[in-house]
Design a protein. Structure first.
Length: 666
C-alpha cells in the first residue's frame, strides 16, 4: 500500500466524542453513532455484513452504510463503506461521498491486486499529495459477488507510521460475510522431496525474472535438516559469476534473531535475566525519557514495544564518525511517541543496544564493537558452523559476495551504491551481518532443534530460546513480535520468520516449529523484498497444497512497482530545473543529520552528504513548493522540500514522525 499524503483539515476540528453527520452514496444524510472506545481488540461487522477487528484503544462510529474508526490521535481515520456499485471506481466515489462529501483529491494511480481472502476483486487507489501536507490518502475497493466494501485510510504520516500495526489489523481482518480463512491446522505437510524442491526453485527463478532480480540464494529444510541449498542468477549485473549457496549477502535485520540468541546464552549463564531492568546490567543505558528508561527490561530491548519510534535517518545520514558508543548516546536522545507496550514501533537502535550490552557482559574490557564481534563469533557463529558469516566488510567483499542492485529512476535494474550500507556498521547488532544461504540455514536448524547442535550438545536451553518467540506486541492480525522474531498464526499453524532490508539486499527466513520445515532466501536487489515475502507463502503452498497465491502476489508486485515508478517519473525534472537549482544555497547544515554541499555539474546537480552523495531530480508539488529528490540507485528516494525559516534558505526532510531542517551555512 502506498503511503500517500493528505491532512483532513475538516476532521481535525471534529471531537471524537460527538456524533457526526455524513452523506451516503445517495446524498441522504447519515448520522453516525456516538463513538465507542474499545479496550481490547474487538470483532465487529459492517452494516453490509463484512467482518473486521477494531484495535484496542480505537473508537468506532457506525452509520447506515459507513463505519469510521479513529485511533487515540484524532488526525487519522479508517472508514469502511458498503456499496452496491457498477465497478471499483464507482464504489470508491460513493465511499468518499459518504465519508467526506465534496472531496476532490486528485487520483494518482489505480492498481489491481489479486483476488484474496474471499474478495473476488481488489483495486488500490492512491491519491496525489504534497510533502508538506504529511498526509496519507488511500482507498481500497474490495468486491465479493456483486457487493463492494471500500477501505479508506485518511490520515497523517506520523500517526500512520505509529499506528501501522493496528491499521494492518483492521485491513487484514476485513473479510466478506461468512468467509473462512484457509487453515493448515491438523494437516501433515508433504516431505520436501525432489519434486517439491523443484517447485520452490521454479518459483524463485520465475519471480526473479518478473521482478528484475539479478541473483538469489536459498536453502530448504525438512526434518530439521537442509535438503537443498543453491543459488540463482549472478552476483553482479554485467558479470557472469554465478550465485551459489555460499555467496555472501547482507542479511540486514535477520541479524536481530542472532543477537537475541546471544542474549539467550547469557541468560543460561546467569549473566542476565529477561526480566532484569537494563539499567541494572548496564547503568549508562538511557532513552530520551527517564520513565521509559526505568521500565525497559532485557526482554524489551528488541521487542518493538517500548514506544521508541523508527528514527533511522539520524544513523543513516551521519554515520562516518559514528561508533557503537555514539549510537548508544544517540539512542539516549530519542523520545517515545507511544505508551510502553501500547503499539508496535520498530527501533533499530534499541536492537543495537541489546547486542552491545550483551557483548559487554561477555567482554567488559573490550570496546563495544569488538566485544560484540567476538561474542557473536565465539558463541554463535563458531558453534553453529557458520564459517563464512561475518561482520567484517573487508573480509566479505574480498570473497564470494553479491553486489547490491536497485532500479534506476527509469526502472532499469542497476548496480546500487554501497555507501549507505556502511551506515549499519556502528549499529551492527541491528542488521550488519554478512551471511550465505548455507550458513543462515544452520541458524534456522538451531531454532528448529530448540538449541541442540548436530553433535548433540545444547548451544542454548530450549526455555531461553523459546522465550524469544513469546509475544510481546501485536504486529497485525494473528501476528506477534517477540525478541527479533515474528510469529504468525495466520493460517492456523505457527510460522516464525523475520525479514531483512539494506540497500540492494532483501532477505527472509521462515520456519514451521511444529513440522521441522524451514527456508531462507537472500537476494541482491531492492525488488527482492517482494520475492522474499512471497517465498514463505510458496513454501506453505508446496508443503500443504495451499491455494496458489504466491505467484500472483509476485506478478502484482512487479506490475505495481513499474506503474508507480513510471507515474512518479512523470513528475520529475531530470536534470533538475536550473532555475530552482540556482535558488539553492551552496551549503546546508543540520545538527541531527550533518551537512549537504550542492554540486552543480554538466550532468546535473548532486547533493553531497557526509556519508554518501546522489544526483537529484526536481519536482513541482501541487501546493506550489519544490522538492529535490535523490535518484542514484541505492541512494534514491530522499526528498528535500525547499523552504525558508527565519530568513534563511532551508531544505526539509522528514521520516514518518520527525522533521529535520538543513539550514544554509557559510
Amino acid at each position: 500500500m502506498s503511503m500517500v499524503r493528505f491532512v483532513l483539515v475538516a476532521l481535525l476540528a471534529v471531537s471524537p466524542f460527538t456524533a457526526r453527520t455524513t452523506y451516503a452514496a445517495g446524498q441522504t444524510a447519515e448520522t453516525l453513532s456516538a463513538p465507542e472506545r474499545v479496550t481490547a481488540d474487538t470483532a465487529r461487522i459492517t452494516p453490509g455484513g463484512a467482518t473486521f477487528t477494531v484495535p484496542s484503544g480505537w473508537a468506532i462510529e457506525t452509520g447506515k452504510d459507513l463505519v469510521v474508526l479513529t485511533p487515540p490521535e484524532t488526525d487519522t481515520h479508517v472508514a469502511i463503506f458498503d456499496a452496491q456499485a457498477a465497478d471499483a471506481k464507482a464504489a470508491v466515489e460513493a465511499a468518499w461521498a459518504a465519508y467526506k462529501p465534496g472531496s476532490k483529491r486528485p487520483l494518482k494511480l489505480t492498481t489491481p491486486r489479486p483476488a484474496r481472502e474471499g474478495w473476488d476483486e481488489r483495486q488500490v487507489f492512491d491519491y496525489e499529495t504534497s510533502p508538506n501536507e504529511r498526509a496519507v490518502v488511500v482507498a481500497i475497493a474490495l468486491r465479493a459477488g456483486s457487493t463492494w466494501t471500500v477501505f479508506l485510510l485518511d490520515g497523517t504520516d506520523p500517526t500512520v507510521e505509529k499506528r501501522g500495526a493496528p491499521i494492518s489489523l483492521i485491513f487484514e481482518s476485513l473479510r466478506p460475510k461468512s468467509y473462512q480463512r484457509e487453515s493448515f491446522a491438523g494437516r501433515t505437510p508433504h516431505p520436501l522431496d525432489a519434486a517439491h524442491i523443484a517447485q520452490m526453485k521454479d518459483f524463485v527463478e520465475t519471480s526473479m525474472k518478473e521482478l528484475g532480480i539479478p541473483g538469489a540464494s536459498i536453502a530448504l529444510i525438512d526434518g530439521g535438516k537442509v535438503v537443498y541449498a543453491g543459488g540463482f542468477g549472478v552476483k553482479e549485473l554485467g558479470k557472469p559469476d554465478p550465485v551459489d549457496e555460499n555467496t555472501l549477502f547482507m542479511a540486514a535485520s535477520n541479524t536481530k534473531g542472532m543477537t537475541t540468541l546471544l542474549l539467550a546464552e547469557l541468560a543460561d549463564q546467569k549473566k542476565l535475566r529477561w526480566d532484569e531492568p537494563v539499567i541494572e546490567v548496564y547503568p549508562s543505558f538511557k532513552l530520551g525519557d527517564a520513565d521509559t528508561t526505568k521500565k525497559v527490561l532485557i526482554r524489551h530491548l528488541i521487542c518493538a514495544c517500548t514506544g521508541i519510534p523508527r528514527q533511522d535517518l539520524e544513523w543513516l545520514f551521519d554515520y562516518k564518525k559514528a561508533t557503537p558508543e555514539s549510537e548508544l548516546a544517540l539512542l539516549g536522545t530519542m523520545q517515545p511517541t507511544s505508551k510502553f507496550g501500547e503499539v508496535f514501533q520498530y527501533s533499530n537502535l534499541m536492537a543495537t543496544a541489546a547486542g552491545y550490552i550483551g557483548a559487554h557482559l561477555v567482554y567488559p574490557d573490550k570496546e563495544l564493537g569488538a566485544a560484540y564481534d567476538q561474542a557473536m563469533q565465539k558463541m554463535i557463529f563458531d558453534p553453529l558452523g557458520m564459517t563464512s558469516t561475518t561482520f567484517d566488510y573487508a573480509r566479505a567483499l574480498a570473497g564470494n559476495h553479491a553486489t547490491p542492485h536497485s532500479d534506476d529512476v527509469d526502472g532499469k535494474p542497476s548496480i546500487a551504491d554501497m555507501d549507505l550500507n556502511y551506515s549499519i556498521v556502528p549499529a551492527r547488532p541491528a542488521g550488519g551481518v554478512w551471511t550465505s544461504a548455507a550458513d543462515l540455514a544452520k541458524y534456522v536448524e538451531d531454532e528448529l532443534s530448540l538449541g541442540k547442535l548436530p553433535n548433540g550438545k545444547q548451544l542454548v536451553s530450549s526455555e531461553n530460546l523459546l522465550a524469544r518467540r513469546a509475544p510481546q506486541i501485536s504486529e497485525g492480525e494473528d501476528s506477534t513480535y517477540g525478541m527479533g522474531l515474528s510469529v504468525s498464526r495466520r493460517y492456523g499453524i505457527p510460522v516464525v520468520s523475520h525479514g531483512g532490508s539494506m540497500i540492494g539486499f532483501k532477505s527472509n527466513f521462515f520456519f514451521l516449529p511444529d513440522s521441522g520445515i524451514g527456508a531462507v532466501i537472500l537476494t541482491n536487489a531492492d525488488n527482492g523484498g517482494a520475492l522474499a515475502g512471497a517465498f514463505g507463502r510458496r513454501l506453505l503452498e508446496v508443503a500443504f497444497d495451499g491455494k496458489p497465491e504466491a505467484a500472483g502476489d509476485v506478478a502484482a508486485a512487479a506490475k505495481t512497482h513499474k506503474a508507480a515508478l513510471a507515474k512518479e517519473r512523470e513528475r520529475l525534472t531530470i536534470p533538475a530545473d536550473p532555475v530552482q537549482v540556482n535558488a539553492l544555497a551552496r551549503h546546508y547544515t543540520s545538527k541531527e543529520l550533518g551537512e549537504i554541499t550542492v554540486l552543480n555539474q554538466d550532468s546535473g546537480t548532486t547533493l553531497q552528504f557526509d556519508g554518501f552523495k546522489s544526483k537529484v531530480a526536481s519536482r513541482k508539488n501541487d501546493d506550489g513548493t519544490t522538492s529535490f529528490i535523490t535518484i542514484n540507485p541505492g541512494a534514491d528516494g530522499f526528498e528535500f522540500v525547499v523552504g525558508e525559516r527565519s530568513g534563511k534558505k532551508v531544505l526539509v526532510i522528514r521520516d514518518g514522525q520527525h522533521e529535520y531542517i538543513f539550514t544554509e551555512a557559510a
